[in-house]
Design a protein around this ligand. Structure first.
Ligand code: NDP
Length: 465
């Protein structure tokens, strides 16, 4: 049977674009890609890239404060002009979008700027009614923000909306305690918005190392965010030009804007998957095996739509491995076990790789090398901000099981620490590495004694046997 293409990709985000480019550009496959929105997907258009630029914009106040501590009398951040920033941001995103499009075209990928749905195992329907056939279909449709399902939630915004605001809200509520809520609370407070963040748990960033979570929770309050823990909104109502919110503790408050950052779900609705028999997990994610292959042999899926590890570099790696395996004659799987990530808070970021202390303890014996200190740079300026560095070490093999950093540029540090840790480095390898002085990161190679040792309790019977 002959097909229009070897591969049809649905979704022009990180995973889809990488798969299409490698399949067409490196392996000579005939490839088409459909994207209903702007090329680049969540990361480039409404996620990582604009978010990081907003983080940079939001730190002027902290920088001015630090400079006053260094003798720059009267150093002030001045007035932030959202319109100026937004115009530059829009221009930058357009530039990146054009680069993505040009790179696809250069690789020989045919682009359809419209929605595509799946008709059968080898056929895709475009929004204009045309149908295309392909030997393989790759679904890289990403994820979408999930709302908590409370009355009046339609009055709230989601993270996508933030990049489109005409003006900044004077008083804003962030709902959630994950990556997005914490990063956006930091950004909006830094840009001068009166910011309230509510989280239903007792410390933000569930899933991260507890010590890092506690430091991040404290920092959010210290940078001027009104962080309310163990509470969650239960209803929103319009109140003149504001939004009145009722919380689970019966308190009420009103805001100019409410932003839900309560997780994301795989974007599988309306894709036509019911026509294919592709197996979906209970949360709506596309079920795939280690080769990103679905239950239908001709249909594959990568990135957030599969809800494995929802991070851009993971989607890129999955898309690349898929293209190499299917079109390059090089079978490649993605290892999802040891993946570093960072949460871009200010002044200190949270970054991690491997097991948390709690996970390592549950796994077995672990030595915890940890240090908490005030770094030279901010301490001189009079700040009490603390840095935390932690290595979790298996006492038997000496292997480093996890690394956690709370500090300035922790994201940059963990990227480098991720290399030896992915290679299977031991604590002795870290110890053998000469320090770079004076840096904060040198602490990673100078921690000599464990701060604590967790040992599995030996059952009484086994101990006496
Ligand atoms: P997360 O899963 O990180 O956080 C969701 C937050 O919302 C949690 O605090 C969760 O609470 C809370 N929540 C969930 N449901 C409800 C509810 N019904 N009512 C109240 N609170 C609720 O999701 P995000 O939206 O922050 O981010 C989505 C994904 O995007 C992340 O998982 C991450 O992979 C990726 N991302 C990565 C970034 C980075 O690498 N820097 C930046 C931004 C996003 P609880 O913890 O109690 O479940």
């Amino acid at each position: 049977m002959s097909f229009d293409y070897d591969l049809f990709v649905i979704g022009g985000g990180s995973g889809g674009v990488r798969a299409a480019r490698i399949a067409a550009g490196e392996h000579g496959a005939r490839v088409a890609l459909a994207e209903e929105s702007r090329m680049g997907g969540t990361c480039v258009i409404r996620g990582c890239v604009p978010k990081k630029l907003m983080i940079f914009a939001s730190q002027a106040g902290l920088m001015a404060e630090e400079m006053r501590g260094y003798g720059w009398e009267g150093a002030q951040a001045g007035r932030f002009d959202w319109e100026v920033f937004k115009q530059k941001l829009d221009a930058e995103l357009t530039r990146l979008e054009l680069i993505y499009t040009a790179n696809l075209t250069k690789s020989g990928v045919e682009i359809f700027h419209q929605r595509a749905t799946i008709v059968d195992h080898h056929t895709v329907a475009l929004a204009d009614g045309t149908r295309k056939t392909a030997k393989h279909i790759l679904i890289a449709a990403g994820g979408r923000p999930a709302l908590p399902g409370i009355p009046g939630e339609e009055l709230g915004l989601i993270s996508d909306d933030l990049f489109l605001l005409e003006s900044l809200p004077r008083r804003v509520l962030l709902v959630g305690g994950g990556y997005i809520a914490c990063e956006f609370a930091t950004i909006l407070a830094g840009l001068g918005c009166e910011t309230v963040q509510v989280y239903r748990g007792d410390a933000v960033l569930r899933g991260f190392d507890r010590q890092a979570r506690d430091l991040a929770t404290l920092q959010l309050s210290e940078v001027g965010i009104d962080l309310r823990l163990n509470v969650t909104p239960i209803a929103l109502e319009r109140a003149a030009d504001r939004i009145a919110v009722t919380f689970s503790d019966n308190s009420r408050d009103d805001f100019d804007a409410v932003i839900f950052a309560t997780g994301r779900t795989p974007h599988t609705k309306g894709l036509g998957l019911e026509n294919t028999g592709v197996h979906l997990d209970p949360n709506g994610a596309i079920g795939v095996d280690e080769w990103s292959q679905t239950s239908v042999p001709s249909i594959f899926a990568v990135g957030d739509v599969t809800d494995r590890v929802n991070l851009t570099p993971v989607a890129i790696r999955e898309g690349h491995a898929f293209a190499d395996t299917i079109f390059g004659g090089r079978a490649r799987k993605v290892d999802h076990t040891t993946i570093a990530s960072a949460v871009y808070l200010r002044p200190h970021e949270v970054a991690q790789i491997g097991l948390t202390e709690e996970q390592a303890q549950a796994r077995g014996d672990v030595d915890v090398y940890a240090t908490v200190f005030r770094p030279m740079r901010s301490m001189f300026a009079g700040s009490n901000a603390k840095v935390m560095m932690k290595l979790l070490v298996d006492p038997e093999s000496d292997r480093v099981l996890g690394c956690h950093i709370f500090g300035p540029d922790a994201g940059e540090m963990i990227q480098l620490a991720a290399i030896p840790i992915t290679m299977g480095a031991t604590k002795a390898d870290f110890d053998a590495t000469m320090a770079v002085h004076p840096t904060a990161a040198e602490e990673l190679v100078t921690m000599r004694q464990p701060a604590r040792r967790h040992r599995r309790a030996i059952p009484a019977q086994a101990a006496t046997a």
